[in-house]
Design a protein around this ligand. Sequence first.
Ligand SMILES: CC(C)(COP(=O)(O)OP(=O)(O)OC[C@H]1O[C@@H](n2cnc3c(N)ncnc32)[C@H](O)[C@@H]1OP(=O)(O)O)[C@@H](O)C(=O)NCCC(=O)NCCS
Length: 243
Amino acid sequence: MIASPIPVPGLSPGEVIEVWQADLGRISPSEPVLRGLLSEEEVRQADRFRFAADRRRFVLRRAFRRQLLGARLGLPPRDLRFSAGPAGKPALADNSAGLHFNGSASGDIALLAVTGLGEVGCDVQLHSPLDPGLAQVIERFSPVEQAALARLEPGLRATAFFDCWTRKEAFVKALGCGLSLPLHEFTVSLEPGVPAALLHWDHDPDPSPRWTLTALPMGPGYSAALAVHRPCEAVLRHWVWPD
Ligand SMILES: CC(C)(COP(=O)(O)OP(=O)(O)OC[C@H]1O[C@@H](n2cnc3c(N)ncnc32)[C@H](O)[C@@H]1OP(=O)(O)O)[C@@H](O)C(=O)NCCC(=O)NCCS
C-alpha cells in the first residue's frame, strides 16, 4: 500500500482524512467473488445493466465500498446497510460509529473518502476535450470562475475546467445536495499552480477557514478533489484488492 500525504497548512496534527484510490482497470478478484459481497438488492441492480462492462464496474465500485467500510467497522462487507439523504447521498444506515464516506468514479479510477471527522465529498474526473456540452457547464459557474477560465491560454483551459469542476462537485457532495445547489453561488480556485480553495460562497463570504478543499493527485489525464467542512489533512492511499 502506498501513502502520499497531502498536507493542508496550519492544521492540528492528527486530523486526517483517508482517501482510498482503487484501480478499476487492473486485474482484481473475479466478478462472482465480488458479487458475493453485495446485498441482494445490489445484485439485482447489477443484473439490470445491459452491458457487461457497466455491470462489472458497478460490482467493483460497490465491493470496494463494502470491503473498505467493512474493514473499518470490523463487520463483514455483506452485512453493511446503507441509507440515502434527501438528494441521494449514501450513508451508513446504522452510523453509531460516526463514520462518514463519499465516493466517485471516472475512467479507471474509483475514490472513497472515509472519516470520522464529519461530512465529506470527493470527486474524480477523467479529462475529455472541452466540447460544446462542457462549454454550457461553464456558463453555470460563478462569474469569477468564468472570467478566470477565459483568461487562460486555450491549451490550459481543459485541465483548469476539470480542476474547477471536481472542486465544485466535491463541495456539493460534502453538503449532500449534489447538483441541486446552483453552481454560480460559490467560487473555487482553478488557475494552474494555485492551491485548491473555496474562495467564496453566497452563504459564507469567507468560507476558507472552515472548509478544506484539496486537490488529489491522480496522475495525467485526471482531476480529483476532496471537500470537508473543517480543517484537516488528506492522505491518499492506494487500495489493494484482497484475493
Ligand atoms: C452526486 C452527483 C454530483 C454525482 O456526480 P457524478 O460525477 O455523476 O458521479 P460520481 O461518480 O462522482 O459520484 C457518484 C456517487 O456520489 C454519491 N452521491 C449520490 N448522491 C449524492 C449526493 N447528493 N451527495 C453526495 N454524494 C452523492 C453516490 O455514492 C454516487 O455513487 P453511486 O451512485 O455508485 O452510489 C450527482 O449525481 C448529483 O447531483 N446527484 C444529486 C441529484 C440531485 O441533486 N437531485 C436533486 C434532488 S433534491
